[in-house]
Design a binder for this molecule. Structure first.
Ligand SMILES: [Mg+2]
Length: 448
């Protein structure tokens, strides 16, 4: 679980909360829609297609169980769904949180859609899902798994300049992040190790990860500009992507600052506008866009205090930029929770997934019932809860926030509730209690 500033989590007291922190807001009613009664597909028909048994990693939706005792038969997805954060809700780093696996299994067995929506990253979606499936003992797929950098796929798909240009990628394992970026469609991906190996003078200190850099570097597509060569022949970076928490902040900071002060993204150049008296002169010279995959300053691990994450790296870069420009604000784009883009992406994935369930149930593509509620279960008020509270669904779906006590947010000692900066709909002990509460809200109490 990750958080913005940990102390900020405990700033403002929540309002109108009763037992277990239940807020006073009531659930909005879903607009009434007329739906044609759809035939329920038999289990035997489903099985005859060879599509019944879910496996750990596939492109099939994992809610397609044909168990006749399911609360929601195949082809009749409920009007609600779940989105779960991972760290602090389902896992503590590699260790499953008690009752998490059985809760996901319940949803799977009853054809209740859910997605995993995490600010974590650094592994390819398929690798991460396989790992989660094994740890939680539940069949999961990449169909409804959204990690912090998953929406970067859209940039590759939609933007020819980025797809065909050259991008710089960094993260906890920059080499692996490069491979992920390539699977997203980016054709020319450079990592800091490539630059350091080609131009060691760019960071004139003993490299702390020398062997890693040697093992992972690839030749640069073009050389770093040396001030003499034709600038058109030099390495030009079109965008910078921070996929997850970088390890070598020093090297990464130097290269990113170089690019942010460059002439049109040419590494080794310096924009002639740099050094001008006003902050505006320090930018707007076609420097590459800077993208972060999540804003979390802290995240929770097995250590007893939250640890610095990607948001801290972002804050460090912003501080350096402010210092060298005399107070300018670093321009960048951050996705991930709590930002709208990530929730929009997640809702689209969720609806695609539900549509797929219906189609597999034999229904037409245009018969997707409205999704009234999504219950966002998270441990981080600043990302999970804030994002769900503020998201305005383009389809009118209401996102309800549920805060668990198993993660980065902790009530004061001896208490079960406490001040929360972004007020959730309810605070509960863990993910099972969250699902139990949501099921009760939907009229299915006692099923878990
Ligand atoms: Mg979390």
């Amino acid at each position: 679980m990750r958080a913005s500033v940990a102390h900020a989590l405990l700033r403002a007291p929540a309002r109108g909360r009763g037992i277990h922190g239940v807020a006073t807001r009531s659930l909005p009613t879903c607009p009434t829609v007329t739906r044609r009664q759809l035939p329920i597909e038999s289990a035997s028909k489903w099985q005859s297609r060879g599509q019944c048994s879910p496996i750990a990693v596939s492109t099939r939706p994992y809610t397609s169980t044909s168990n006749p005792s399911s609360i929601f038969p195949l082809g009749h997805p409920p009007k609600f769904a779940f989105a779960f954060d991972i760290d602090g809700v389902l896992l503590h780093v590699a260790k499953p949180i008690p009752r998490a696996g059985e809760t996901l299994q319940f949803l799977h067995d009853n054809n209740i859609p859910f997605i995993l929506l995490t600010n974590g990253g650094g592994k390819h979606e398929s690798e991460r899902v396989a790992d989660l499936s094994e740890k939680l003992g539940v069949p999961l797929t990449t169909d409804n798994f959204v990690q912090s950098h998953t929406p970067f796929q859209q940039l590759a798909a939609q933007g020819k300049k980025l797809r065909n240009g050259t991008i710089l990628v960094t993260g906890s394992d920059a080499s692996k992040c490069r491979e992920i970026a390539e699977t997203y469609g980016f054709k020319n991906v450079v990592i800091p190790a490539d630059i350091l190996q080609a131009q060691p003078e760019i960071w004139p200190f003993d490299p702390l990860m020398e062997q890693v850099y040697k093992d992972t570097a690839r030749p640069l597509p073009k050389p770093v500009w040396d001030g003499k060569m034709n600038i058109q022949d030099a390495l030009k970076i079109d965008a910078i992507f921070v996929f997850n928490d970088p390890r070598d902040w020093a090297l990464d900071s130097q290269i990113i600052m170089d690019l942010m002060m460059s002439d049109n993204g040419v590494l080794g150049s310096l924009s002639h506008k740099n050094g001008k008296p006003t902050p505006e002169d320090w930018r707007n010279h076609e420097q590459p866009g800077l993208y972060f995959s999540n804003p979390d300053v802290f995240w929770a691990t097995t250590y007893h205090q939250p640890r610095l994450g990607q948001g801290a790296f972002q804050a460090a870069l912003a501080g350096i930029w402010s210092k060298i420009t005399g107070g300018d604000v670093l321009r960048s784009k951050t996705i991930g929770k709590p930002f709208r883009e990530t929730y929009e992406f997640a809702e689209r994935v969720l609806n695609d997934h539900r549509r797929e369930v219906l189609i597999r149930g034999g229904h037409a593509k245009d018969e997707l019932p409205d999704l009234c509620h999504v219950y966002m279960v998270g441990d981080n008020p600043a990302s999970d809860i804030r994002g769900a509270n503020e998201f305005q669904s383009p389809r009118g779906t209401i996102w309800q926030s549920v805060l668990v006590r198993t993660g980065v947010w902790r009530p004061p000692p001896g208490e079960t509730t406490g001040p929360v900066e972004f007020e959730p709909k309810i605070i509960v002990d863990d993910v099972k209690a969250a699902v139990q509460w949501a099921m009760e809200q939907e009229g299915f109490g006692g099923h878990l």
